[in-house]
Design a protein around this ligand. Structure first.
Ligand SMILES: Cc1cc2nc3c(=O)[nH]c(=O)nc-3n(C[C@H](O)[C@H](O)[C@H](O)COP(=O)(O)OP(=O)(O)OC[C@H]3O[C@@H](n4cnc5c(N)ncnc54)[C@H](O)[C@@H]3O)c2cc1C
Length: 397
């Protein structure tokens, strides 16, 4: 017998979709090529709408226990220092969570996996690689390393290189940056130098973003994100921490010692799928859109996709709505991906690397004015906290 709903990918998007569908009474099967919950620490920032969506299941309470609340974040200039500090508490009338929460992606995946393990309606098949996908008017047929699987509806949450998206000839429109992003985790306490938990540091030659994460120790760890020169060798930089150490040391007084704990390199893309639905197949998360990490939005957006789709797919499976409602999912989330996620993350990178001194000065003045004015702060933070994009998507017919 065919499964009703199968999800490919047990990352943040796929597991969130499983959680939301189960809460709506729809059984799901998740297939995942990894042999257990992923330990990739990539994302670390949770925004208010995401914490609201995950609250009914108890997941938000666990994230709050393990994470670091960050109501304040800073814009800095590498030479001048602090330009503006933005305070999310001005959003307290808009959300129960007027802050960013810092908690690593792999801990979130672990929390979701633990919640789902107790639910009889959810089966996660680890160690199962999807090999090919076909659909007709009545069902979707999957070939996997554990044998064939048939389902009524397939949710593709299989990441940026999505085999499902490619199998359906869905175009992934956009571009890839020529520079890679280098993420260096250290035990240097940037708070000693007046940094907030989240900081964006503009510089035309080498911008940087610095964030605190809980790590595995009470004092936490600090991640720095830098652009990486095209001719730098990825293997050397990841294996030999010396050049990573030198990069962070340029931010730190000479006498302060610190250790590099981890180094990662990522290729970065800005792309959106030409549709998020084709017949019985829907795309969510990185399978549907990818973006640079400046603003901490990609994973959050995938969780918002998962909730939007779960509500509509549950209604279709229960016979309460026509399947055309799934096109609305695609319209809503694609609109928000282009108008908010892509536009804002592309602009965030441009602001950090701005070379024109007049434009740079104008941006600094604007940020300082926004920070000093409560109304302008609220309008700005509605966008950067993803509340505006989330609401705008839901308003699309
Ligand atoms: C450095 C960095 C920092 C970031 N920081 C943030 C942040 O602070 N906040 C934020 O919101 N986002 C952030 N992001 C983005 C975030 O990491 C991604 O958006 C997120 O991982 C997407 O989740 P996903 O579940 O859609 O895809 P993935 O996490 O890629 O998961 C896809 C899953 O599908 C499985 N899979 C793939 N193909 C198959 C197959 N054929 N068969 C079976 N299984 C398969 C994979 O094994 C994987 O488990 C960051 C990204 C980077 C690189």
């Amino acid at each position: 017998m065919a499964d009703k709903v199968v999800i490919v990918g047990a990352g943040p998007s796929g597991l969130s979709a499983a959680l939301f569908l189960d809460e709506m009474g729809i059984p799901v099967t998740v297939i995942e090529r990894g042999t257990g919950p992923s330990d990739d620490p990539r994302a670390a920032t949770f925004h208010p709408p995401t914490l609201e969506l995950l609250a009914p299941s108890g997941v938000t309470a666990e994230l709050l226990e393990r994470g670091i609340k960050s109501p304040l974040w800073q814009h800095r200039d590498r030479k001048k220092g602090l330009i503006a500090a933005l305070d999310l508490s001005v959003l307290s009338r808009e959300t129960e969570h007027p802050y960013r929460l810092q908690c690593e992606q792999h801990k979130f995946v672990q929390i979701l996996s633990k919640h789902l393990a107790d639910r009889p309606g959810v089966e996660i098949r680890y160690g199962t690689d999807l090999l090919s996908v076909e659909q007709d008017a009545d069902k979707v047929m999957l070939a996997t390393t554990s044998g064939p699987v048939a389902c009524d509806w397939l949710i593709a949450a299989d990441g940026g290189r999505s085999l499902v998206r490619k199998s359906q000839d869905i175009v992934f429109e956009g571009f890839t940056y020529k520079e890679r992003f280098l993420v260096i985790t250290t035990n240097y306490d940037f708070a000693k130098r007046g940094f907030a938990v989240s900081n964006y540091i503009a510089d035309p030659d080498e911008w940087c973003a610095v964030f605190k994460v809980p790590g595995d120790r009470p004092s936490g760890l600090w991640r720095s994100v830098f652009p990486m020169d095209e001719d730098e060798d990825e293997e050397t930089i990841v294996r030999d921490f010396a050049s990573a150490h030198a990069r962070v040391a340029r931010f730190v007084p000479e006498q302060d010692a610190f250790d590099v704990v981890h180094v990662n390199v990522y290729n970065v893309h800005q792309r959106v799928a030409s549709t998020f639905r084709k017949g019985r197949i829907m795309l969510i998360g990185d399978a549907a859109h990818v973006n640079n990490p400046l603003g901490g939005m990609g994973m959050n957006f995938g969780i918002h996709d998962a909730h939007n789709l779960a509500e509509k797919l549950a209604a279709v499976v229960k016979g309460e709505a026509d399947e055309s409602i799934l096109d609305r999912f695609s319209r809503q989330r694609r609109y928000a991906a282009q108008t908010f996620l892509q536009r804002m993350t592309i602009q965030n990178k441009r602001n950090l690397e701005e070379r024109d001194p007049d434009l740079k000065l104008a941006r600094e003045k604007e940020l300082a004015e926004i920070a000093a004015d409560e109304e302008r702060s609220r309008a700005h933070l509605m966008q950067t906290s993803m509340i505006a994009g989330y609401r705008a998507a839901n308003a699309i017919e």
